[in-house]
Ligand binder design. Structure first.
Ligand SMILES: O=C(CO)COP(=O)(O)O
Length: 472
């Protein structure tokens, strides 16, 4: 039997108690877009000031599709990253752990179409995502399957990222429910459902193995908004306190996923160990932005126009840094169309407005030779630019719409108190003028009485003077 191939440099292993922040590209990207995304991410991560410091305090991970795994691994390991001091250049581990989206429960065998966990490890994966809601719903994966796969992942020296989450919003008690502190029926029901999924996996697993649990309420995946912070905190707290989690010796971190985006980390107030991102981190800048949120810091504004050969990402001048990433209707529709068509949709209908992408891309099929490579690069570059502009248009539209909605909401909220205040002022002036009117009436009566008395007095004086006149 041939000697086993020497495993390539594995991506940074997950370990320690660092917060986790990772993204899955699911099946949204083309292969070209996945590698471009990875290169852009690495460029951001290695060139942003304080990136090394930030990364050393976080476990960042990226989970691409299976086909793109070798290219992503190659992108982050070649050329090897180095740190340079005046005296030496030292190779450093790529700052991201690369994971797979699923695997088989067995290492090898007659399992056509499956992906072996042993092979995933062999090519350099550090983690494997298991039991995602989409796999449970679309491919009928049950807790037992997830448990068997988790054992296979651990057996092969990787970390299982086990996805769990309640199916229905509310569980009879509304999201969060109770006093808004995550103690209501909704939280209780969700924690029970999720607890059962977690127990099914952890009970059969080596208690010392490291595990990451991704709490992803099924109803929040693909939604415009994540679950409320109170709900997430309530469920995660209960999960953490459950015997099956508390009783483990191995590191067990719990992350949240489901429409997670910028700003959420701050709201979850240290209750979760990290975030598992989807759509809202599918732009490298957004992912980097969220990495900086974890240590509660902001990346300095960055402007890069990277060379075509490095990464075709000429959108930094139009940075999405400050635009909201929740593009409710547009993204929802885009997501559906992307799932159907592969790649970005040719148009997105947002309810009222339709955004069209320029039709017919720039023919970025792979060409060989120096000239062919150049043409290929240019056309891929133009396609990236086209997509980037399209996304920018969507986000600007969405930003303006959200601001207008907020303004309308604020005006509506203000209208009630403002009307009340105007009525009070009007009533006050009416009441005070009534008082003035009464005073004026009393004054007028008093003046009339005084005039009458003066008149009477003058008549009496006249009569008296007449009666005292003597005849001559
Ligand atoms: O399923 C998810 C991560 O696994 C979350 O997806 P979205 O953030 O796109 O809702």
């Amino acid at each position: 039997m041939a000697a086993p191939a020497t495993p390539p440099t594995p991506t940074r292993p997950l370990s320690g108690h660092r917060p986790l922040l990772g993204v899955s590209t699911k099946m949204y990207f083309t292969h070209a877009r996945t590698t471009a995304f990875t290169r852009a991410l690495l460029t951001h991560l290695t060139s942003t000031p304080r990136a090394t410091e930030v990364l050393s305090s976080i476990d960042a991970f990226l989970i691409p599709d299976f086909i793109s795994l070798p290219a992503v691994l190659a992108a982050i390991t070649t050329p090897p990253l180095t740190t340079t001091t005046p005296t030496a250049t030292t190779p450093v581990r790529p700052p991201i752990t690369i994971g797979a989206q699923d695997c088989a429960a067995a290492d090898f065998g007659p399992l056509t179409g499956e992906v072996s966990p042993a092979v995933l490890r062999e090519v350099g994966c550090g983690m494997v995502e298991l039991g995602h809601a989409e796999r449970r719903a679309l491919f009928g994966e049950a807790d037992g399957d997830v448990a068997a796969k988790a054992r296979a992942v651990v057996r092969n020296g990787m970390v299982p990222l086990v996805c769990v989450g309640e199916k229905e919003k509310g569980g009879g008690g509304g999201e969060g429910g109770g006093k808004g502190e995550g103690d209501g029926d909704g939280v209780r029901a969700a924690a029970e459902e999720v607890g059962r999924q977690v127990a099914a996996v952890l009970e059969g697993l080596d208690p010392e193995a490291e595990v990451v649990l991704a709490y992803e309420p099924v109803w929040a995946i693909g939604a415009p908004e994540p679950a409320s912070a109170a709900h997430v905190k309530g469920v995660v707290r209960r999960l953490r306190e459950s015997e099956v989690v508390k009783g483990r010796k191995g590191l067990t971190r719990i992350v949240y996923g489901g429409a997670a985006g910028p700003g959420l980390w701050g709201q979850l107030g240290g209750e979760v160990d990290g975030l598992f991102l989807g759509r809202f981190a599918h732009q490298p800048e957004q992912f980097v932005k969220m990495l900086y949120e974890v240590p509660n810091d902001k990346p300095p504004p960055k402007r890069t126009f990277l060379p075509i050969a490095g990464f075709r990402q000429p959108i930094s001048g139009l940075s999405m840094e400050d635009t909201p990433v929740r593009m409710p209707e547009a993204i929802k529709v885009a997501k559906l169309q992307m799932a159907e068509d592969g790649g970005l949709p040719s148009s997105v209908h947002t309810g009222k407005t339709r955004f069209f992408q320029p039709v017919n891309g720039f023919g970025s099929t792979h060409r060989t030779g120096v000239w062919g490579g150049f043409v290929s690069s240019v056309s891929a570059y133009l396609n990236e630019l086209r997509h980037a502009l399209f996304i920018q248009a969507l986000s600007i539209y969405s930003f303006v719409r959200i601001q207008l909605r907020k303004l309308a909401g604020a005006v509506t909220k203000l209208a009630g108190p403002a009307g009340f205040a105007i009525a009070c002022v009007a009533l006050w002036s009416a009441l005070s003028s009534m008082h003035d009117t009464r005073q004026a009436l009393a004054l007028a009566q008093w003046t009339a009485r005084k005039d009458f008395l003066q008149y009477c007095h003058s008549v009496r004086e006249t009569n008296r003077s007449r009666s005292t006149v003597r005849p001559i």
